[in-house]
Write a protein that binds this ligand. Structure first.
Ligand code: SAM
Ligand code: SF4
Length: 348
């Protein structure tokens, strides 16, 4: 075979390889990123003690949150870079009037197989069926207590029944499983494992305890109420709960199951050694900044590249090059919560 034919054959193989290769976001520490958490508003109608104890207050000059078209473009860029899962978060994402259209816009990308929302549950009962029709595949609802009065005290809203009806409505709408987030707090709910376990015995709910994280606004609360998820893990192990294997686009939870329970328990322990080694997620804030970590950086602006479909390639390049500056770990252990005043602006 002539040298020219071999060379042109090699060039063809390399072209085919490039087409077949699924693009992938990989950082300098060989971590792969399949999961985007996209915040679509900072606004919230709840006043959770650990997040927005004084309620949402716009800070600085008025901000406009990403428009539907900007959301469409940013999700397309991530989809073309190998993202398989997107979570819509906030503030309270369901407060956006165009929330159903946002769901449909993100699902225009066939690569995004999982589209989830994290919500306080306020609009679930009313809207969950239309979210499902628009393409929402998974739901996380925040419920820190199963006691209506305590729920009110934590969230500032007397909406426990409404949120519970919302979870029922999600099952009626066809979701086979719902995830529920509870922020673990000493002397608030850390001794309530028993009632949470009763609740999930015959319900396909994955109840996830999230360790309270220290934020710029929440240092006092953190000192008073932080407790390690280890207290829950020990009880689960004693009661025969088994840890499950983690999938590549799964979130950070350690998930436990038990043959006698339909539900599962998840533990999210950001202070545990090696938590960052399994990091597979990136974040975009409601004003279009790419955040490489939940904590400790300003974010890389993407918004100037979200104005027009023709900027897609530049946008992808900025995301990829920004990722190369991602650090190996957060610095929460040293009490450094960086610039994150509270988690409502970046979505937890
Ligand atoms: N408003 C929605 C909700 O509450 O589900 C979505 C946004 S909220 C910021 C996302 C998640 O972050 C919620 O599950 C919330 O409980 C959690 N979160 C907020 N502040 C936190 C903190 N300081 N420590 C741990 N989790 C926190
Ligand atoms: Fe709102 Fe969610 Fe923060 Fe609670 S945790 S104040 S519901 S953004």
């Amino acid at each position: 075979m002539s040298a020219t034919r071999v060379q042109s054959g090699n060039a063809r193989i390399s072209r085919i390889w490039k087409v077949l290769q699924v693009p992938q976001l990989i950082d300098a520490f060989e971590r792969k990123f399949y999961y985007l958490r996209l915040s679509i508003t900072d606004v919230c109608n709840f006043r959770c003690t650990y997040c927005l104890p004084d309620g949402y207050k716009p800070s600085g000059s008025p901000k406009t949150f990403l428009s539907l078209d900007e959301i469409r473009r940013v999700s397309r860029a991530f989809a073309e870079l190998g993202t398989e899962k997107v979570r819509l978060t906030g503030g309270e994402p369901s407060l956006r009037r165009d929330f159903t259209e946002i769901i449909a816009a993100v699902r225009e990308n066939p690569a995004i197989r999982t589209l989830a929302v994290t919500t306080n549950g306020y609009r679930l009962a009313r809207d969950v069926a239309s979210w499902r029709d628009a393409g929402l595949t998974a739901i996380n609802v925040s419920v820190d207590s199963l006691d209506a009065r305590q729920f009110h005290a934590i969230t500032g809203q007397d909406k426990f029944r409404q949120v519970m009806e919302g979870i029922d409505a999600a099952f009626t709408a066809g979701y086979s499983k719902v995830k529920v987030n509870a922020v673990l707090m000493r002397d608030v709910n850390h001794q309530q494992l028993g009632s949470f376990l009763n609740w999930i015995k015959d319900r396909p709910i994955q109840l996830r305890f999230i360790e309270l994280m220290e934020t710029g606004d929440g240092s006092d609360l953190f000192r008073k109420h932080h407790v390690s998820g280890e207290v829950i893990r020990l009880q689960l192990e004693q009661q025969g709960w088994q840890r499950q294997v983690r999938g590549r686009s799964d979130g950070p939870a350690q998930v436990f199951s038990h043959p006698d329970y339909q539900g599962e328990i998840g533990l999210i322990m950001p202070y545990e050694k090696d938590f960052c080694a399994s990091c597979n997620r990136l974040r975009v804030s409601a004003i279009g900044n790419l955040h490489l970590c939940l904590f400790g950086e300003q974010g890389i602006t993407l918004r100037d590249l979200l104005a027009d479909d023709g900027q897609l390639e530049q946008l992808k390049m900025r995301i990829q090059s920004g990722l190369q500056t991602k650090k190996q770990t957060h610095f929460l252990h040293q009490g450094n919560s960086g610039l994150t005043q509270n988690l409502s602006f970046i979505g937890g």
